[in-house]
Each structure stands twice: as C-alpha cells, then as structure tokens.
Design a protein around this ligand. Structure first.
Ligand code: SF4
Length: 244
C-alpha cells in the first residue's frame, strides 16, 4: 500500500468446532457474503454431509444464503445487517421505517404513519452477482400533499412516498430474529467469540501466523493446510492433557 503495509491477497474462511479447524477456503473476493455457499460445497465434499446448524455474523446474512440454508436443512443462526440496530430504542421508535410500518399480507398493502394504505404498484426482478434472482415489491401512497408528517417521512421530491419490500428476505430475517433471540440462539451468540474468532486470535497472535509464506493460490492452500493440521494436532494434545 506504499506505506509499509501489505494488502490482503486472500479472504480466508474457516469453519470451526470446539476450536478445531474443520475446513477452510481461500477466496479472491473481499466480502464474505458470496463465500458461504462455496464453503458449504467444500465442507460437503470433505465430510459427505452438511452441518445441522450455522452461527455466523451479519456479513453472511443475505437472501441467497438464507435460501440455501433453508433448502439444505441447516438451521440458520445468522445475523443480518441491522440486527443489532433494530433492537435500539431509536430504531423501534422510528415510525417512518419500512420495518415499522404495518403490512397487511392478505390484501398486500402497507399502512403509512398517517394511516394511508400504500398499494402495490410494481415488482422489480433483479439478479445478484452470483446469478441469484430476487423479487422486490414496490408500494406507493396515493397522495402525500399537505401531510403534517411529510417532513420526516421521505426525502425525495415525489408527490407520494414509495417503499420497496423484499418479502422473502423479510421472512428470512424474521426467522433469523426469532432464532437469534431464542435461548439456543443466545447460547450460539455467546459461543461465537470463542469459536472462529478465538481460533483466528490464536493463529495470529499466539502463533504469529499473520502472513502466508508462499505466493499463488495452490501454494497458499498447501501453506494453510499444513498450518491447520498442525493447529489441530496442537489443540488435540492440549485437550488430551487436560482430560488426563
Ligand atoms: S408523507 Fe405520505 S406516506 Fe408519509 S405519513 Fe404522510 S401521507 Fe403517509
């Protein structure tokens, strides 16, 4: 980076259980969202099964990932982008947020803070970077002119407010919310810092494994495979010593 620091070349993903490294994969893309499904394919070919549960942070909470986990029977304890924010008072009290508007599923309309029905006016079909198709429904109020709440409701110059809702994603988020706030979900969340995060901490700070020693994906794969094997042997000996 011309300042003595180096740029990360790979996004290393690891799976852990009881602080043992169960799988790893290296990705050239910096964001985590698109790494989850290929990582599961790798896990499945290595162990001939998929995990029953997954606990991961908000970087993995996309519609595509939730859909994949549901289709493959994986119970998802996976946060989404505003999971923590929505539990704050300011979020809950914001009457203008889409998440806080009443939605009538049967007749498919939202109700705005002034009680006006926002009817469905269109549907947007999009494709993500990986080819996954999403459907977003568009709703519009009939008339916002002269509304005393106009100041806080929306910023655009349009005569009436428009909102967009991805219902399938909203349902996945509700399912994730219910799971993450359940007793089991709270246990998973409290375990998360002592699972992959603790393993990364031990790798980087206790064992000083902060850089790969080779160049090129194949060599770096081999580099980390040796490291992970040694890491697991070390962990196994420590566990056996504790149990003795
Ligand atoms: S500005 Fe429009 S959408 Fe917003 S509260 Fe008023 S009437 Fe409802």
């Amino acid at each position: 980076m011309n300042n003595g620091q180096t740029k990360p070349a790979y996004n290393l993903q690891i799976g852990t259980e009881n602080q043992f490294i169960t799988d790893f994969m290296l990705f050239p893309n910096p964001t985590d969202t698109l790494t989850m499904i290929p990582f599961y394919s790798s896990y499945s070919s290595r162990y001939d099964r998929l995990p029953k549960e997954n606990c991961a942070d908000a970087g993995y909470g996309s519609e595509e990932n939730y859909a994949y986990m549901e289709a493959n029977g994986i119970e998802a304890y996976v946060k989404f982008n505003y999971f923590h924010k929505e539990q704050k008072k300011a979020f809950k009290d914001d009457i203008f947020r889409l998440e806080n508007l009443y939605y009538n599923k049967e007749d498919d309309y939202f109700v705005c803070p002034m009680g006006q029905h926002m009817e469905r006016v269109g549907t947007v079909h999009t494709k993500t970077e990986s080819g996954f198709r999403t459907i977003t429904s568009v709703y519009r109020a009939r008339n916002c002119e002269g509304c005393p709440l106009r100041w806080g409701c929306y910023k655009s110059r349009e005569a009436a407010r428009t909102v967009k809702a991805n219902h399938r994603l909203m349902e996945y988020k509700q399912q994730a919310r219910d799971r993450l706030t359940s007793e089991k979900g709270l246990k998973h969340r409290s375990n998360r810092p002592i699972e992959p995060e603790a393993v990364f901490g031990q790798m980087k700070y206790d064992m000083q494994y902060k850089r790969f020693r080779h160049f090129g994906k194949d060599k770096v794969n081999m580099d980390f495979a040796f490291f992970a094997t040694a890491f697991n042997i070390k962990k196994m000996i420590a566990t056996m010593k504790r149990a003795a």
